[in-house]
Design a protein around this ligand. Structure first.
Ligand code: FAD
Length: 343
């Protein structure tokens, strides 16, 4: 069987995670077609009983140990136009497509809706898992449905976006249906009309700074890319997985009390009266920004990003994350939760 031949053993994952952590997979396979996925996950398949990890670009994962099971790298490619209407188009995109490659493709075709999400690392299939978001946009704004292999019923299912419970860096793929679905492709509805989302303050400032006369999808993409390049470390230079923690949500009353005690506190009021606190601010005000022990550290410009400066282990990064969580809890009484998937 060809798939048995393509399963490799004892594979280094260092090049498959943007933290650049050395960990080894007991088994590793790259899947390129939906048929390969069906065969691999068939109830009679040889992989039955193995622990499984579905891997995209590894940009939201921290390996703290070797992976004692099968890593399935999603390399399915393809972008198909499903509908082409006067004011919108619907496209179906395979899970292994590079996310930013898709954004660029859409901007070039004058399809709007993804431009604010430019330069987010990773694959298309992982995008709904944490409902990726940046600069005032999220994938849920344009997501129509998610096509998956359901490991529980061993069949292909189509989940409408409404059923995916897409919330702030969250979805059923991380919660109630964790490990249930292998996302094969997603369908997006993108606008052909000139509707631009430039309300997010740092994006607005960047556009002002550039002195833009006429807005376009390209202009917004370029502005987002230049802000991101300035603010976020490039994983090719210093291993990281973007924001390590989610911004914690607290009640309006807790926010008011904290704001009295710490007037500089940064928070974003939510429509339901709660408030999302800037985790980076909390971490920075516990003195962690720029901290480094060995090769594990906190980025000097962005306290929310933990960094592997070379040969840090996943355990060292995790220990640092634990120390940060404890100090934030002690100083502000606020619990930080990891955004990164810790394995
Ligand atoms: C420098 C940097 C900046 C970042 N900025 C942002 C940002 O602005 N906004 C944001 O939201 N995120 C950001 N991230 C996080 C990350 O890019 C996203 O979460 C991205 O969607 C992860 O994609 P991936 O393919 O690398 O997923 P992986 O890290 O490979 O996997 C993440 C999770 O999704 C699961 N998964 C992956 N593919 C599939 C699939 N096909 N089916 C089912 N489950 C799957 C995995 O099992 C894992 O649980 C950033 C990361 C970095 C390194």
């Amino acid at each position: 069987m060809d798939r048995i031949e393509t399963i490799r053993q004892d594979v280094s994952l260092k090049d498959y995670n943007t933290f650049g952590i050395e960990a080894r997979a007991k088994y590793f396979i790259s899947v390129r077609t939906e048929e390969e996925v069906y065969r691999l996950f068939d109830p009679g398949s040889m992989i039955r009983g193995e622990r499984l990890l579905i891997l995209g670009g590894g940009s939201n994962i921290l390996f703290t140990d070797d992976f004692d099971g099968l890593v399935v790298k999603m390399d399915l490619k393809g972008i198909q136009t499903m509908q082409d209407q006067a004011d919108y188009a619907e496209i179906k995109v395979s899970a292994g497509e590079n996310w930013d490659g898709l954004v660029q493709h859409c901007v070039q075709r004058h399809l709007g809706g993804l431009e604010n999400l430019s330069l987010i690392p990773g694959t298309v299939g992982a995008a709904p898992v944490q409902n990726i978001g940046a600069y005032g946009a999220e994938i849920r704004d344009v997501l129509i449905e998610v096509n998956c292999w359901d490991r529980w019923s061993s069949q292909v299912v189509v989940l409408p976006a409404e059923d995916c419970q897409l919330g702030y860096r969250n979805s059923i793929f991380k919660t109630s249906a964790k490990d249930r679905y292998v996302i094969l492709s997603i369908t997006l509805r993108l606008s052909k009309q000139a509707v631009f989302n430039i309300g997010y303050s740092s994006l607005e400032l960047e556009l002002e700074h550039i002195g833009v006369r006429e807005l376009s999808l390209e202009v917004i993409r370029d502005a987002v890319i230049s802000v991101r390049r300035r603010k976020l470390p490039d994983p090719a230079r210093a291993g990281n997985a973007g924001s390590f923690f989610r911004n914690p949500e607290v009640s309006g009353t807790i926010y008011d009390d904290l704001k009295l005690a710490f007037p500089g506190l940064v928070g974003y009021p939510q429509p339901d009266g709660s408030c999302k606190l800037a985790a980076g601010w909390l971490i920075e005000h516990c003195g962690w920004k720029g901290y480094r022990q060995g090769d594990a550290g906190v980025h000097p410009e962005q306290a929310l990003v933990l960094v592997n400066y070379g040969n840090a282990t996943g355990q060292e990064i995790l220990q640092l994350a634990t120390q940060i969580r404890q100090s934030v809890k002690k100083r502000f009484g606020v619990e930080l939760e990891a955004e990164v998937n810790i394995l």
